[in-house]
Ligand binder design. Structure first.
Ligand SMILES: [Zn+2]
Length: 407
């Protein structure tokens, strides 16, 4: 999104000691938990998307009459909505919000980093002061950053605070365009010059299949013990182990590939162009391929890491609506047909190319036509033919196939 400045976000987590009694803070957290649950209960039965305005109309006055301040109320229904949405997208049941944790907006707290004191505005005009327990070194990093939200938690008899900091960075002026196309089996990365010449093409394997294997195991176990798996310790443990493997594999991969891609983007001083996954709908060809087995969460995680690492390096990140990018001819926009495995062909202009490469070309074109001041060039003059080395490309088309083992 152009116009928005690139931002880096990071959280500082610290133990917090209330000065004086802890009762009011606990009371606030309980009230907040009940409020979130109340909103969840009520929107769970409404089976359509609710706008912010609608949520505000439905819940604002109720929440305020419970003693919440304006921004507490907003944070509570926003949080409830996100809980409901993620439960729905996972096909889960209605969420039960048991944890004592609250998000608090910048209007309802004051943070004094020099003295490590946090003042929170609670319900019914109460206020509490908390001393944050963490090292000076960790805090030092965040001088000059702004903070905009905190999360307060009560866990195992202690309070914890996460302060969310952000820093606006001045982006480097891009010299090249790096496009990343994510698929089930691989991530394809293509770097173009601003005039449309392809200078680098790389492919990384994704661990989707590994993740899928753990997912299949989990489902198999659940099918074998359809009702009891939650209650038999050994079975539950086995499921948890698969879940943990999935988490580790996906985070490891995302961090590594994020770092690798951002380093390369820095070397080429690229603007990083990603697909906007929010634009994908059920009936879209690409989203079908995405959703078939795993859903979008892993793609989002990879993108999150790429975006984060790129912004850390002062590189601009832009998201492009991916609709049509994996099915249209990058030269003449007609529908491509499958020639043989993963190779697509255009019946009109005889363009022929690998599916992922065609997608990166289309994303590049969309980016240029949307953001470039000098208009849209055509297809890269040196578009690689399938199984062909192209001048201007460093190494083999599949150089990445040798270096794809990043996990
Ligand atoms: Zn064509």
């Amino acid at each position: 999104m152009r116009g928005e400045e690139p931002v880096v976000v990071e959280a500082l987590k610290a133990r917090a000691l209330p000065e004086g009694s802890r009762d009011k803070l606990l009371e606030f957290l309980r009230l907040y938990r009940d409020a979130v649950q109340m909103v969840v209960d009520r929107i769970w039965s409404i089976n359509k998307k609710l706008s912010w305005r609608k949520l505000h109309r439905l819940f604002y006055s109720d929440l305020v009459s419970m003693g919440f301040r304006a921004h507490h109320a907003k944070e509570a229904y926003v949080y409830a909505k996100s809980l409901v949405e993620s439960a729905r997208s996972n096909g889960g049941r209605k969420p039960a919000h048991r944890k004592l944790s609250a998000r608090i907006d910048k209007y309802d707290y004051r943070l004094d980093l020099d003295n490590m004191v946090l003042t929170l505005k609670l319900h019914s005009d109460y206020e509490v002061r908390l001393r944050l327990i963490t090292s000076r070194d960790r805090v030092g990093k965040f001088r000059g950053w702004s903070n905009y939200e905190i999360v307060v938690k009560y866990e195992d008899g202690e309070f914890w605070v996460s302060v969310y900091f952000r820093r606006i960075i001045k982006p480097l002026k891009p010299r090249t365009v790096m496009v990343i196309d994510l698929n089930f089996d691989n991530a394809t990365l293509a770097i173009f010059t601003l005039s449309g010449r392809l200078i680098r093409l790389k492919r990384f394997k994704t661990p989707h299949r590994k993740i899928l294997t753990h997912r299949i195991w989990t489902e198999r176990i659940q099918r074998r013990y359809p009702r009891s798996w939650r209650f038999i310790k050994g079975v539950r443990k086995a499921i948890e182990r698969h879940g943990e493997r999935i988490r580790n594999i996906s985070w490891d991969y995302s961090h590594k590939i994020g770092d690798l891609i951002a380093e390369l983007a820095l070397k080429y001083q690229s603007v990083v162009v990603l697909e906007d996954l929010d634009e994908l709908r059920e009936n879209n060809r690409k989203s079908k391929r995405f959703n078939k087995k795993l859903g979008l969460w892993f793609y989002r995680r990879i993108q999150f890491c790429i975006e984060y690492e790129a912004r850390e390096r002062s590189l601009e990140v832009i998201k492009i609506d991916p609709r049509g990018t994996s099915s249209k001819c990058p030269r003449c926009n007609r529908k491509l047909v499958e020639n043989k495995h993963r190779v697509l062909r255009c019946r009109e202009c005889s363009f022929m190319g690998d599916r992922d490469v065609a997608a990166t070309l289309n994303i590049y074109k969309k980016y240029i036509s949307k953001y470039s001041r000098c208009g849209a060039p055509g297809v890269a003059p040196n578009t690689p033919k399938p199984n062909e080395n192209t001048s201007g490309m460093r190494g083999n088309r599949d150089e990445a196939m040798k270096t794809n083992q990043i996990i």
